[in-house]
Design a protein around this ligand. Structure first.
Ligand SMILES: [Zn+2]
Length: 154
């Protein structure tokens, strides 16, 4: 399908799928982050944080989905793809996503907010890294997204 209108996607539903994945990660012993990739308003890939259980600093869901998308989708397909992610991508992930060239990323909780939850310094915003490549939209469903981090033992 060409000329996909990503504005018509069911944003809330896809973002809540990312929330479910974030909660699954926390239940498994990882940090609570989840992401999905959507084409034609259909979820085509999902992932959640596995840094602890895989002992792999690269296993943020956004970077892993960018990696998988570059292997499994061509550039035109990636350009019609939207990532929904429970939290704004960190600079490592945004760097990988810049290579993937998604149409848009929609997040719930901003990296500035996560810095407060985790007591870290604020990082470079994803919109800065993805400028001219991928539109960054958020925060969306912010109260629901923040609830995940309020429940997590940071
Ligand atoms: Zn990341």
């Amino acid at each position: 399908m060409t000329g996909t209108n990503v504005d018509g996607f069911d944003h809330d539903s896809h973002l809540r799928r990312a929330f479910d994945l974030a909660r699954e990660a926390a239940a498994r012993g990882d940090e609570p982050f989840g992401s999905v990739l959507v084409r034609d308003d259909t979820v085509v890939m999902t992932d959640s944080n596995r840094v602890v259980t895989e002992d792999d600093i690269r296993r943020h869901p956004e970077l892993h989905l960018a990696y998988r998308a570059c292997r499994e989708l061509d550039a035109d397909e990636r350009a019609e793809t939207v990532m929904y992610t429970s939290t704004e991508p960190c600079p490592m992930c945004a760097g990988g996503m810049a290579r993937a060239g998604f149409d848009r990323v929609v997040y719930s909780v901003g990296s500035d907010e996560i810095a407060e939850f985790t007591d870290n310094e604020p990082s470079v915003r994803s919109a800065e890294i993805l400028a001219g490549v991928t539109d960054v939209v958020g925060p969306v469903l912010n109260d629901e997204g923040r609830q995940i981090h309020e429940e997590f033992d940071w």
